[in-house]
Design a protein around this ligand. Structure first.
Ligand code: SF4
Ligand code: SF4
Length: 121
């Protein structure tokens, strides 16, 4: 039971306790923004180092993510959203997710996510 809870928390979009002041794993932010992201140089170097061709094929020549490998058109929403329960969605690539996802919500968002949760980094 405790291990299952730990796994859920590790898989959330933010390393915060789900609830009023943390990520509730609703997936709204990833559904809204997940197809309009940009990979950082650090992301690309990490994915190369990790041999993550499954991720690199979803990057276009201007480093926009995530694109269809065949058409190079932006996918919307992010293809790595993973539904784990009726109302719970997590990041399927959490350990190596892009910097832009790690940083969300930034100071520019008032550290508030799309669902209004306060997520201090
Ligand atoms: S919108 Fe907020 S609560 Fe929902 S997954 Fe994103 S960060 Fe978590
Ligand atoms: S890579 Fe992960 S955190 Fe980023 S938009 Fe996709 S599911 Fe969300």
């Amino acid at each position: 039971m405790l291990e299952a809870l730990n796994q859920l928390l590790r898989g959330c979009f933010k390393r915060k306790t789900p609830g009023k002041t943390g990520c509730a794993c609703c997936g709204r932010c990833c559904e809204a923004f997940g197809g309009h992201l940009h990979a950082s140089a650090r992301d690309l170097a990490r994915w190369e180092h990790e041999s993550r061709d499954d991720l690199l094929k979803h990057v276009n020549r201007l480093d926009w993510i995530w694109v269809d490998p065949e058409t190079k058109k932006l996918l919307d929403p992010c293809p790595f959203i993973k539904q784990i329960a009726d109302n719970k969605k997590i990041c399927g690539i959490y350990e190596t997710r892009p910097d832009i996802c790690r940083d969300y919500p930034t100071l520019a968002h008032g550290h508030r996510c799309l669902s209004g949760g306060f997520l201090k980094m």
